[in-house]
Design a protein around this ligand. Structure first.
Ligand SMILES: Nc1nc2c(ncn2[C@@H]2O[C@H](COP(=O)(O)OP(=O)(O)O)[C@@H](O)[C@H]2O)c(=O)[nH]1
Ligand SMILES: [Mg+2]
Length: 206
């Protein structure tokens, strides 16, 4: 579902025009989900790309949650997203993306269905050291027929794998794009979003 609102929504607290100085006539507002397992870089991604200060609902990881949250490989992680991240980016061609980072931990999955409502597509972030943590996000979007791409966040020190190996490991369809990225870099995150929008628009016209 892709829509081009002709009138600004008076209830929209984050209008795409105005705050950024306005842009061209073609205005397309798209809702995008940023998903993937715990610690793959969702919050970092939204923070790197958002032109508004991302709305974040992080909480210090407590001793209680360290029993529940798998911290293997991400020992330095000290906060976790309990609800979601929200950000926005406007491209010069008049496309505004509203980014919703999903909560990573399984105990918050009840929120995913509501968050996915009206989303045109999703970025599933993956960490090659812990690919399995992204399986459930992939299943979720496959089942809903939501267009998604997999963005492999290339962490320092993580072994680089060929894209086709990652495709096999994640059991992805040949038409699902896989891109490599560094979510800390704005340009890299932008590249990921461009790839997703292209994929979602292609899927919409198929
Ligand atoms: N070295 C490196 N660290 C990263 C990268 N992306 C995220 N991190 C770190 O990994 C941790 C998890 O990232 P975060 O965005 O909180 O993950 P989330 O649980 O998916 O929201 C944080 O400490 C980040 O600073 C990356 O591309 N490279
Ligand atoms: Mg987070």
């Amino acid at each position: 579902m892709i829509y081009a609102p002709s009138d600004p929504d008076p209830a929209d607290p984050y209008p795409a025009t105005g705050a950024t100085g306005g842009h061209s006539d073609t205005h397309l507002a798209l809702k995008i989900l940023i998903a993937g397992g715990f610690g793959v870089g969702k919050t970092t991604f939204v923070g790197a790309i958002s032109e508004v200060r991302p709305l974040r609902t992080e909480e210090q990881l407590t001793d209680v949650s360290t029993d529940v949250d798998d911290l293997n490989g991400i020992e330095r992680k000290s906060t976790t997203t309990v609800a979601m991240d929200f950000g926005r980016i406007t491209f010069p061609d008049g496309i505004t993306l509203y980014l919703f980072g999903t909560p990573g931990q399984e105990r918050f999955w009840f929120m995913w269905r509501d968050m996915a409502y009206g989303a045109v597509g999703a970025v599933v972030l993956a960490d090659t050291r812990r690919l399995a943590t992204s399986f459930s996000a992939i299943d979720f979007f496959e089942q809903r027929n939501t267009p998604f791409i997999v963005a492999v966040n290339c962490f320092d020190g993580a072994k680089r794998h060929r894209v086709e190996k990652i495709r096999t490991a994640l059991d992805l369809d040949p038409q699902t794009p896989i891109v490599l990225c560094d979510v800390r870099q704005r340009d890299s995150a932008k590249h990921v979003l461009t790839a997703l929008v292209q994929h979602a628009l292609d899927a919409d016209t198929r």
